[in-house]
Design a protein around this ligand. Structure first.
Ligand SMILES: [Zn+2]
Length: 162
């Protein structure tokens, strides 16, 4: 994706209030992010790791989704498959997003298992290692795997906006 600015990020969110978008923690080192290798950009709030955010290109602009990581039940970390990039590792968590608009105000949300560091793009490209056995050997090319991840994310974004 192309590099994005802090103000583009803050105005892109569809499922939180303007005040929340203004206050949210946006990474300071945006210029240093590996934009060429990112299909979407996600980050965790360093002050409250149960909060995470992602922004994804949409037409000429961006769509931002605020996420919450569900509390882990049980003591041990289970390996789960990310529904976006299909990487299986211990860092996958159920992430829920309040739905946009009226539906969200009525308490509705959408959830999906995702890499909790939202680094799916880097796992796909082998730029970040999720450990042995995390990536299936696939006959799909990287481009096709990227396309599939983008489609999976678009489906999740559609659910949040529905
Ligand atoms: Zn992932």
């Amino acid at each position: 994706m192309r590099p994005v600015t802090e103000s583009e990020i803050r105005t892109s969110f569809v499922n939180c209030t303007k005040g929340e978008a203004k206050r949210m923690a946006v990474p300071r080192d945006l210029a240093g992010k590996p934009w060429d290798d990112l299909d979407f950009f996600g980050w965790q709030d360093p002050a409250s790791p149960e909060r995470a955010y992602l922004v994804t290109p949409h037409g000429d602009g961006l769509i931002g989704i605020a996420l919450r990581r569900a509390a882990q039940t049980g003591g041990h970390i289970r390996r789960t498959m990310c529904s976006l990039c299909l990487t299986t590792h211990g860092g996958v968590a159920l992430m829920t997003a309040r739905k946009a608009g009226k539906s969200g105000q009525n308490g509705n949300s959408a959830g999906a298992y995702m890499c909790s560091d939202l680094a799916c793009s880097l796992y796909l490209r082998g730029k970040k290692d999720a450990g042995p056995g995390a990536r299936l050997h696939e006959s799909l090319t990287l481009d096709m795997q990227v396309e599939r991840t983008v489609a999976n994310l678009a489906a999740f974004v559609a659910k949040v906006r529905a």
